[in-house]
Design a protein around this ligand. Structure first.
Ligand code: V07
Length: 258
């Protein structure tokens, strides 16, 4: 009898998630959602586990979040997986983090392919270990013709460096006469950034209670809605993403009503 009740409860809960997805899709869904996945180390510490255990748990949440984003019809999901500052962490932690793309893709690439997800990466590739880059390049190649969600990993990414690189490209093209000063507007400048082919994020989510941008997409987030939560990334669930998007839709509605 207890088992039967449990079964009923589970079925009931999962149909609630499906209902919520259908409900959300009746209103405009953000095209591009960006997430700063913070709090993995703290999650591990609370359980007296090594920090890397938190990163591993966080990786599983990436999968769940990706599948839900795809089901919701989100077009681009950008995830901050590793910043240009993260190299300062202990070597064992950096080494472990650099194995996670392979670990993730080894487990989930077939599922991403089956679900029409396109894998992309933005960041400085030259400093990544060969084994990491190989796994990512392979995933990008295998999913390049997919037309569903773009799963864009920010890896060894830093926004100020990205902006400076764009400025240098603009300068070079100006000097060589390809670009005139009057042609340098916001739209043109955006095309020199790593997000050239994506719309700006409509919604930024940051977990773990930190209320800052930490050098993430400074140009692109100029007009985005921000959603912060104290929930640590490994505890971030489908229902948290649903709530974030419902809040986003409420804000859009208020904005539209004025
Ligand atoms: C990483 C798990 C998520 C929480 C944040 C830090 C740890 C997935 C990837 C990944 C990256 C590229 C790719 C496929 C998967 C990843 C790093 C860390 C460095 F093509 N999770 N995850 N990469 N964490």
């Amino acid at each position: 009898m207890l088992n039967k009740i449990k079964l009923w409860k589970n079925q009931n809960n999962s149909s609630t998630l499906r209902d919520k997805i259908e409900e959300i899709k009746k209103l405009p869904v953000p095209e591009h959602v960006a997430i700063i996945m913070d709090g993995n180390g703290r999650w591990a510490k609370k359980r007296a586990l090594p920090r890397v255990a938190g990163h591993y748990e966080g990786m599983k949440v990436v999968r769940k979040t990706t599948m839900l984003a795809n089901d919701l019809g989100i077009k681009v999901l950008t995830l901050y997986a590793f910043s240009t500052e993260n190299w300062k962490r202990p070597k064992n932690e950096v080494d472990y983090l650099m194995k996670l793309p392979e670990e993730f893709l080894g487990s989930y690439l077939p599922e991403l392919v089956a679900n029409n997800v396109q894998v992309k990466m933005m960041g400085y590739k030259d400093q990544l270990p060969d084994h990491t880059l190989r796994a990512i390049n392979n995933a990008m190649e295998q999913t390049k013709n997919n037309t569903g969600l773009v799963l864009n990993f920010a890896l060894n990414y830093g926004s100020r460096a990205e902006i400076l690189d764009a400025v240098k490209q603009v300068l070079n093209e100006y000097k060589s006469g390809i670009l005139k000063e009057t042609e340098i507007d916001e739209q043109r400048f955006s095309s020199y950034l790593m997000t050239a082919n994506f719309p700006d994020p409509d919604l930024l989510i940051r977990t773990s209670g930190e209320i800052r941008l930490s050098n993430f997409m400074l140009w692109q987030l100029a007009y985005s809605e921000f959603w912060f939560t104290d929930v640590l990334w490994p505890d971030f669930s489908e229902n948290h993403l649903i709530t974030a998007i419902e809040d986003y839709q409420k804000r859009q509605r208020r904005f539209g009503g004025i």
